[in-house]
Design a protein around this ligand. Structure first.
Ligand code: GLY
Length: 355
């Protein structure tokens, strides 16, 4: 698959990853190279990754706990201490080998350590391949509130080796697929239609679809890297989706949802809001609801859940001047940003979701 250029860095795929990485390491003069892994990627991905590296230097491995619960400043502090104790300096390189938690947190750790060291993202989950590792967003959660602390800072390169997907569970694959479906919904109706027929996909199709998703995201990021306008479209489904994800994370009675599972619910809810405010047709709304419900099932929300989720909306990063700003759909493939809706509409959206 063809590499994708993204301004200051490139995104490489499969065998090209290691050709480019080995050449980059050979021609750079890093004082030390660190690899950040979590407990899963340490066992499932690190041996294969290292076996593809021909550059003859030692790598220091830093391991963090796996999972969203560990995407915290405390974990950053542990990684910063490890870097310091292992002798990292400003000429060191950090390679983030993992899913979205590792690439987001590792990118932030690198961006702040000694005011910034260089880093490379090697995403190992579908979600990180098509979204988290691309586009320079780095950061951590604040309590259960998602991605509240972070910076936009671009990696040296992103290396997408789809063979890592072999180690993923079905649930993790579905979670990543939600972001791919989102790319179709906001930018490309044809891509959305092809993805909807998920049952007919084979692994060769998947590689091509991942490539297309990265192109869609990358084009948006190139035009608006600092999310002043168009990039907000990538947040379709995420205003309510993040609030749902945070609520389930902090509430012991709720099952914790994977990011894509929460976003799938968020996309149905926000598609409903799109019909009320942006002219999305009822037939496209039904198509969106059916697609997500068929693949992701339904999450149950009681009255208290809904009120708490609506309360959490005030922490959304896109808000300004006390207003919650949504990215919604005018039709499949066309989105609109900075839309304000009423609480009544959000309550109606939950009723539509449950129906
Ligand atoms: N995940 C949305 C963005 O990178 O803008």
């Amino acid at each position: 698959m063809k590499s994708i250029e993204s301004g200051s860095y490139s995104i490489h795929f499969n065998e090209q990853c290691y050709v480019k990485l080995n050449s980059f390491l050979e021609h750079s003069n890093f004082s030390k190279i660190f690899i950040l892994v979590d407990t899963n990627t340490h066992d499932n991905c690190l041996p294969e990754f290292l076996s593809n590296i021909s550059y003859s230097s030692e790598f220091e491995i830093i391991e963090m706990e796996a999972g969203e619960l560990h995407k915290t400043l405390e974990t950053c502090t542990q990684v910063w201490h490890a870097l310091s104790e292992l002798g990292a300096d400003r000429k060191s390189l950090l390679i983030n080998l993992g899913g979205g938690v590792v690439t987001d947190l590792g990118g932030f750790v690198a961006s702040a350590f000694k005011r910034g060291i260089r880093f490379i993202n090697v995403p190992t989950s579908l979600l990180a391949m098509v979204d988290a590792s691309v586009g320079g967003k780095t950061g951590v959660d604040l309590g259960s509130l998602k991605n509240q602390v972070g910076v936009i800072n671009f990696s040296e390169m992103v290396l997408i080796d789809t063979s890592f997907l072999k180690t993923l569970s079905k649930a993790e694959m579905r979670s990543g697929m939600a972001e791919m479906l989102k790319h179709g919904l906001i930018k490309d109706a044809n891509y959305w239609s092809r993805l909807c027929d998920l049952t007919k996909l084979n692994s060769e199709d998947l590689d091509g679809l991942i490539h297309e998703s990265v192109i869609i995201k990358n084009e948006v990021v190139k035009r608006d890297p600092n999310e002043q306008g168009e990039r907000k479209q990538l947040n379709f489904g995420h205003t309510l989706g993040h609030a749902i994800e945070s609520y389930c994370l902090e509430n012991e009675k709720k099952t914790t949802l994977l990011h894509g599972e929460a976003i799938a619910a968020g996309m149905i809810l926000e598609a409903y809001l799109s019909t009320k405010t942006c002219g999305l047709s009822n037939s496209e709304l039904s198509e969106i609801k059916k697609t997500f419900k068929d693949t992701y099932g339904s999450v149950e929300f009681n009255e208290k859940d809904k009120s708490s989720i609506i309360e959490l909306l005030k922490y959304d990063k896109k808000n300004s001047h006390g207003l919650v700003k949504y990215a919604l759909l005018e039709k499949i493939g066309v989105s609109k940003v900075d839309v304000v809706v009423t609480d009544t509409m959000v309550h109606e959206a939950f009723s539509y979701y449950a129906s």
